[in-house]
Design a protein around this ligand. Structure first.
Ligand SMILES: Cc1ncc(COP(=O)(O)O)c(C=O)c1O
Length: 321
């Protein structure tokens, strides 16, 4: 990036320019498609199918149906609709400090936001589980099994809600809490939570709006840090997906998508999945692969961790990295 005086900067904080500002390959793909055609996504276009195929190839097989939308908020709102339609339940379990978007339905399930409105701002259908933070949270590194302990908290919430006649539609969490304080959940936590939530007739929504697309290095999706045996029911994506272009996506299982379709409400979205957005999405995926950006995230991430670990040794005020 350059400022108005031509001073050069490395942009370390912009969380959408995933493959670099103004990447020529992405610009070319967008320009080419804009010159040719952009249209309401009521009309079918090959880009949409090609992009869906390319995107789902990065995910476990079960996650095979894409809904294209235009922002992270729109993706999470649609995820809630899918979850609520699935078994007709309404309640949502969310994590402490979570943020999932700016629309009404998401402010309701974002403690980071609704807590600012005062003490009675939590809606009855919302249940807040402790953040699985093993550094500052309720169960810490010295606990023999923090993943089970945090998952038990969710189980207790479900039991309490059921006692009050309430029914759980979904558990939603970022695969790694970013807004909520850069919290990496202990391995095994999601598996156990998913088991309890599914037994209650709910679904597991993994919000990958900030942490997806290879950012965690070792894996393409942050939920994969939990292990191969964990597959969410719904994954939401945004920010880096279009390198700054406003687009996003919800991916789910065929079963959940079919139940949504069976509701009789046609799913329609004017801009979601338009040919230009899909061309951009495809180009971003191609750049991530060609330039080995996931490998780069691992290499640079490990390098930073090493240097910061040295600082931790020197400065007692550094508690955790
Ligand atoms: C984790 C997470 N989910 C959802 C959203 C909402 O995305 P958008 O701002 O694109 O609507 C954000 C935005 O900051 C986010 O950080």
């Amino acid at each position: 990036m350059f400022d108005e005086k031509g001073q050069k900067y490395l942009d370390c904080i912009n969380n959408v320019a995933h493959v670099g500002h103004s990447h020529p390959y992405v610009i070319k793909a967008a320009t080419k498609q804009m010159e040719l055609l952009n249209t309401n996504s009521r009309f079918l276009h090959d880009n949409l199918v090609q992009y869906a195929q390319r995107l789902t190839a990065t995910l476990p097989e079960k996650l095979s149906v894409c809904y294209f939308v235009n922002s992270g908020s729109e993706a999470n709102d649609l995820a809630l609709r899918l979850a609520r339609q699935y078994h007709g339940h309404q309640d949502v379990i969310t994590l402490e400090n979570a943020y999932h978007g700016h629309v009404t339905s998401l402010i309701d399930i974002s403690p980071y936001k609704f807590n600012q409105l005062g003490k009675d701002s939590k809606k009855e259908f919302v249940h807040v589980a402790p953040s699985p933070d093993i550094y500052r949270g309720k169960y810490r590194e010295d606990h023999p099994d923090p993943s089970s302990a945090y998952a038990e908290e969710v189980k207790k919430i479900i039991e309490e809600a059921q006692k009050n006649g309430r029914k759980i539609a979904a558990f939603i969490a970022e695969s790694m809490q970013s807004c909520g304080g850069q919290v990496i959940p202990p391995v095994g936590y999601f598996q156990k939570v998913a088991e309890y939530v599914r037994a209650a007739g709910g679904v597991f929504i993994a919000d990958e709006v900030q942490v997806g697309f290879g950012r965690v290095g070792k894996h393409f999706w942050a939920f994969q840090l939990q292990g191969e045996d964990f597959v969410p029911d719904i994954v939401t994506m945004g920010k880096p997906i279009g390198n700054g272009h406003p687009m996003s996506c919800v991916v789910t299982t065929r079963e959940i998508a079919e139940s949504f379709g069976a509701s009789g409400l046609e799913y329609f979205n004017t801009f979601g999945g338009n040919p230009v957005s899909c061309a951009i999405g495809l180009a971003v995926l191609e750049v991530i692969e060609k330039e080995d950006l996931q490998g780069n995230a691992t290499r640079v991430g490990n390098y930073l961790l090493e240097l910061l670990a040295e600082q931790k040794e020197k400065h007692p005020l550094v508690g955790d990295i």
